[in-house]
Design a protein around this ligand. Structure first.
Ligand code: HEC
Length: 190
């Protein structure tokens, strides 16, 4: 038993690194003790990996919600930059870290915990953004000059990318990282 445990500890530390990480793609969220997907985490989201649980990892992440619309967790108030979407009938616990008023609306900054698949994370967020930038330059300057990231607001970028997507070789899956990159560098983000 002790030997098995020791081996696990060594193996676990070599395959996953605990601490601050970033999602590399759209990742599934689960509640403990269930294989049912109860939500999706978007790419480039900062998470903290707490521990390994079976074939999954327990993570915490933060974001902003509004009363009555808790299932959409956003990166900042008043910008539709999604951190995670939790399925409609899923109740989940969260800790309110802060409450702020922005543009007359009340936003709660929350911290929540879910399980996720363990191979969806990296410590190197700059590598993710570099990948997104290459995707942007290679695919979005073929027919017209590349548009400046600061030409549009965070809320405008998703529909622009979605309307152009079928004209490019970018997969739907990859489009999520491109959208996050453009939104986080948009005109109304510092
Ligand atoms: C196959 C050619 C083609 C590719 C590839 C392409 N676009 Fe376009 N884009 C167009 C055309 C044509 C227009 C003019 C308006 C229209 O037809 O929708 C346009 C217009 C635009 C506009 C202006 C919209 C506005 O309202 O001012 C933006 C921004 C844009 N594209 C972004 C992108 C992005 C981002 C990508 C990569 C994901 C991309 N385009 C890839 C052909 C392309």
């Amino acid at each position: 038993m002790v030997k098995g445990k020791l081996l696990c500890i060594i193996a676990c530390f070599t395959t996953i690194s605990f601490g601050v990480d970033y999602t590399t793609s759209v990742s599934s969220l689960y509640n403990e003790g269930s294989q049912k997907v109860v939500g999706r985490l978007l790419p480039t989201v900062e998470v903290e990996i707490i521990e390994k649980v079976g074939d999954k990892v327990k993570i915490t992440f933060e974001g902003y919600i509004q009363d009555g619309a808790e299932n959409a967790i956003y990166f900042v108030p008043n910008r539709r930059i999604l951190v995670a979407g939790i399925t409609k009938n899923t109740k989940f616990d969260y800790e309110v870290v802060d409450t702020i008023k922005d543009n007359g609306k009340v936003w709660k900054k929350i911290k929540t915990t879910f399980l996720s698949d363990e191979d969806e994370f990296t410590k190197d967020v700059n590598m993710l953004y570099k990948q997104a930038d290459t995707m942007y330059v290679d695919n979005c300057s073929i027919c017209h000059a590349l548009h400046d990231k600061k030409e549009f607001n965070a809320n405008q970028w998703p529909s622009i990318v979605n309307s152009m997507l079928s004209r490019t070789a970018i997969s739907k899956q990859d489009s999520y990282i491109l959208i996050q990159y453009l939104q986080k560098n948009a005109k109304d983000m510092q």
